[in-house]
Design a protein around this ligand. Structure first.
Ligand code: NDP
Length: 401
């Protein structure tokens, strides 16, 4: 029985709060704060209608450490679940330290002025959380999050060592729009237009964005083109599975998405440096976000499935084996349950589960932790029980791409 404060009322925050409300034995009280309070109130109304539970709502600008500290002191949660944007990670961690409360998020810190996400800024909080006797859990979404837990589960149960790891993220959903992103457009486009990077023989290999592609036949989705990308869990996986020779991340994109993005890039609309427009500084990508559909608005029309998982090759008792572990999530089922599409659902459910691990003391410790550092089993059990069932199968051999 624990009180939590969720910050961020987007699609991910909405799913996490709905799922917390469905588990009153774990989350006895839920508070939700965000920059726009009306979004918190809309989520609270949906939660009330679906579960009968109350969610207390607050307005907060989480870039303001003093105001966030005061809010945490007023609400008195045991855990703050940061589901705002990566830009707020450090200010919310600072507020948690000042208020003496545990911290969790789903995406690593990224400075606004540079599309560069790295754990170094958050890992630098290790000593402060440790000295305060508080826990900070980083990256409890799907990717990062479940993809790391999948890898650690394979290492615990199926393989003695992991030699190569490929993370495959497929969204086979169709939202009926010419161009839209399934989570925050600014964060999504910064991620997709950044150079690809993968881990190979102890170093990062960089290739131009979207320059390496392969087709893969995803169960219940069909064949899709997937592109090599950098993704933040590669950094923590390379740290906690140092035996890996190679770790890569792939994400599927349709041709129409790539064509739109290429045009937007070519005309300068994805720039993140300020330009002067009618005497005022604007960031082109932020303006683009303002004219694109809100990801939360896509839920009602999105059909199809996501299929996200890991393929790992390694040895078990000296014999080489390859396993594929994955979850398939249906957009329409996710929408029926929480009012949000599957990309928000696949992130919000693991956020709820990570919070459940912490507030029940199943995962504990003083300091800053990644998902790889805890026992995967209780987390994997909750995935099966709370809407993201997974499957594992042995493949004939290593990936051929
Ligand atoms: P949205 O843009 O839909 O929602 C973000 C929310 O945060 C909005 O309610 C926004 O408020 C609020 N917010 C933004 N800035 C502030 C601030 N300064 N203070 C308080 N609240 C603020 O994003 P998503 O729900 O799609 O994503 C949420 C997080 O989840 C992101 O960090 C994203 O990177 C991460 N994510 C992680 C994934 C994973 O698998 N690990 C996958 C997908 C997303 P307002 O409405 O006023 O703008």
């Amino acid at each position: 029985m624990a009180k939590v404060l969720v910050i961020g009322a987007g699609g991910v925050g909405s799913v996490a709060v709905h799922k917390m409300a469905m588990n009153p034995g774990i989350f006895s009280e839920i508070a939700l704060a965000s920059r726009t309070k009306s979004k918190c109130d809309a989520i609270a109304a949906s939660v009330k209608a679906r579960t009968g539970r109350d969610v207390a709502t607050y307005q907060i600008d989480a870039d303001d450490v003093a105001a966030t500290t005061a809010l945490i002191a007023e609400v008195k949660p045991v855990l703050v679940v940061n589901l705002a944007l990566p830009y707020q990670d450090l200010s919310i961690m600072d507020a948690c330290l000042a208020a003496g409360v545990n911290y969790m998020d789903t995406a690593n810190y990224e400075p606004r002025e540079e599309a560069k996400f790295e754990y170094k800024w958050q890992w630098a909080y290790q000593e402060r959380f440790k000295e305060a006797g508080l826990t900070a859990l980083l990256g409890s979404g799907f990717d990062p999050g479940v993809t790391s837990v999948f890898a650690m589960w394979l290492k615990k149960h199926k393989l003695d060592t992991i030699r190569t790891l490929d993370i495959l993220d497929c969204n086979g959903g169709d939202h009926g729009q010419a161009f839209a992103t399934n989570f925050n457009p600014e964060i999504n486009i910064r991620e997709v237009t950044a150079p690809a990077r993968h881990w190979e023989n102890g170093e990062w290999i960089e290739t131009p964005a979207m320059s390496v592609k392969h087709s893969f036949d995803f169960e219940q989705v069909g064949p899709k083109n997937m592109y090599l990308m950098y993704h933040e869990e590669l950094e923590s996986l390379a740290r906690f599975l140092p035996e890996m020779e190679r770790a890569r991340f792939w994400m599927t994109f349709g041709d129409a998405y790539i064509t739109h993005l290429t045009v937007l890039q070519n005309v300068g609309m994805t720039r993140i440096d300020p330009v002067i427009y009618e005497g005022k500084e604007i960031i082109p990508l932020q303006f683009l976000k303002a004219v694109l559909p809100e990801p939360a608005s896509l839920g009602a029309t999105t059909k199809g499935k996501t299929n996200i998982g890991d393929i790992a090759t390694g040895t078990k008792d000296g014999v080489e084996k390859t396993f594929y572990i994955y979850n398939i999530c249906d957009h329409e089922e996710a929408y029926a349950e929480t009012g949000n599409q599957a990309v928000s659902y696949t992130t919000g459910v693991p956020a709820m589960i990570g919070a459940a691990m912490l507030v029940q003391g199943i995962w504990s410790g003083a300091g800053v932790f990644n998902m790889e550092q805890f026992d995967p089993d209780p987390f994997m059990d909750m995935l099966n029980a709370h809407g993201l069932p997974w499957q594992v199968k042995e493949l004939d051999g290593p990936v051929q791409f």
